[in-house]
Write a protein that binds this ligand. Structure first.
Ligand code: GAP
Length: 445
């Protein structure tokens, strides 16, 4: 068997469209620049990534609780956070074709038309502005949040008191964020609307450096746990002149995408910048009373932050493989971690025309379907049906054959090894649930 595991973006984008993972937004109107919709399988994959993150970052940790803050907020928030002043990109326009580019990504010639005549650089704020209420004037301006974490800072004391949290502790949030990117692109990698998963981890100031290192390691291990080979990941120490205005130190976790080594997640040490800014501007206390020292202190914040779409793309890239067996048969397989796989099981009656097989297959579907995404498929030869499931990463295919009608057992075929085992129908659900909980590692590449 030979395996080809590097995948081009064209191959992935077309698989995503064909199999209902990601569709171009507003396609019937010619598309809407770098905006994407998630199809039947994409929504499951996205939810699975969010669920895995939430389970590991919140449920599994007694020191972390969740929050779901609003997208709109008082405009003061973004003034005080520094985003109105600093959340900008340097923009230049080509005088010949009028395309706009980020100045720091540009060489001497326009990548579109080749001309070398540009306007002067101007700062462009990448927050989306809107108006609240019926009057569109300066007093009604509001911003769509460009990062989710500000709501965590504003609610720091509410959460700490309500959930009786003691330092060190974290507040986690998953939600939409918006940035008016000048150069979105690379499919779902850089978009104007995306979903962030952010943890704000509050610590005593003298422990921030240590917690920072721990969170970098935790987050790297998380990607490996869900199937990303370590050699596709890299740490990048972000230099002073590239860091966000609030950051004392940032390490990016980079991933080898087909278009290059690019940022997957950022871990920042934000110090006390945000809490201090908001406390000073609002006149409200955003500090913490330490029982032991009997002192008030402003915690420092360590922040692992990632958009859902970047790991989604990374998991697809890492999972994609094309295999050719000794007889020259090719299969495309997505070797996704079973917990991330959009569909967990597919149920097939071996032949469609046999009413007994169909009835038992439908009975199995009715048992599994409410527990996790399951597909019922009775069309084409069973080999073709296996291939369809391999291509979307379904870990287990269940086939009902003649023997099933005699002894109520079925074959369960595993995606990666393609081995088949007979299992009693009545134990299928607990058996698959057990397998879903097991640790998983991708097969050798
Ligand atoms: N609160 C910190 C923060 O927002 P960031 O480095 O600007 O930090 C964090 O963003 C993460 O959000 C990035 O590592 C990336 O995963 C994701 N992200 C940022 N901008 C994005 C965009 N335009 N499209 C998709 N994901 C984006």
């Amino acid at each position: 068997m030979s395996t080809q595991s590097s995948v081009s973006m064209d191959t992935l984008v077309s698989l995503c469209k064909r199999r209902g993972i990601v569709f171009p937004n507003s396609e019937i109107y010619g598309g809407f620049g770098s905006t994407w919709d998630y199809g039947p399988l994409g929504v499951e994959l996205k939810n699975n990534i969010k669920r895995a993150w939430w389970r590991d970052m919140v449920w599994a940790r007694p020191d972390v609780v969740g929050l779901d803050g609003a997208i709109l907020s008082a405009p003061d928030v973004w003034q005080v956070s520094g985003h109105v002043e600093h959340f900008t990109d340097a923009l230049v326009e080509c005088r010949s074709c009028h395309r706009r580019f980020k100045a720091d990504e540009l060489g001497t010639n326009c990548p579109h038309c080749g001309a070398s005549d540009f306007t002067d650089t101007r700062q462009f704020n990448t927050m989306f502005k809107t108006f609240v209420g019926p009057v569109e004037d300066d007093a009604s301006v509001a911003y769509l949040r460009p990062e989710t974490c500000q709501m965590i800072y504003l609610n720091f004391r509410n959460v700490q008191l309500a959930a009786r949290m003691k330092l060190p502790f974290g507040i986690a949030q998953i939600g939409k964020a918006f940035r008016n990117e000048i150069t979105p692109g690379n499919f779902i990698f850089r978009t104007r609307e995306f979903e962030q998963m952010e943890l704000e981890y509050f610590v005593k100031p003298d422990t921030a450096a240590e917690w920072f290192d721990r969170w970098v390691e935790e987050r790297l291990a998380w990607y490996v746990r869900y199937g990303i080979p370590p050699d596709l990941l890299e740490r990048y120490e972000v230099p002073d002149d590239e860091r966000a205005h609030y950051s004392l130190r940032t390490v990016d976790i980079k991933f080898r995408y087909p278009f290059g080594l690019e940022e997957l997640e950022g871990i920042a040490n934000r110090g006390d910048y945000d809490l201090r800014q908001h406390a000073a501007a609002s006149g409200k206390e955003l500090d913490y009373f330490d029982d032991q020292s009997q002192e008030h202190l402003i915690p420092h914040i360590v922040e692992p932050s990632v958009g859902v779409e970047r790991p989604l793309l990374a998991f697809l890239v890492a999972a994609y493989a094309e295999e050719v067996d000794a007889r020259g048969n090719k299969r495309v397989v997505l070797r996704l971690h079973p917990q991330l796989a959009p569909v967990k099981a597919a149920v097939f009656p071996l032949v469609r025309r046999d009413a007994g097989l169909v009835a038992l297959a439908q009975e199995i579907y009715a048992t599994l379907g409410p527990e996790f995404p399951t597909i019922y498929d009775e069309s084409a030869a069973v080999g073709r049906r296996y291939r369809r499931q391999d291509e979307i990463g379904t870990p287990w295919c269940i086939t009902v054959d003649r023997q099933s009608l005699e002894d109520r057992t079925v074959t369960v075929r595993e995606r990666d090894s393609m081995t088949q085992e007979r299992q009693p129908v009545d134990e299928l659900l607990p058996e698959l649930q057990r397998r879903l909980r097991e640790p998983w590692a991708p097969p050798e590449r």
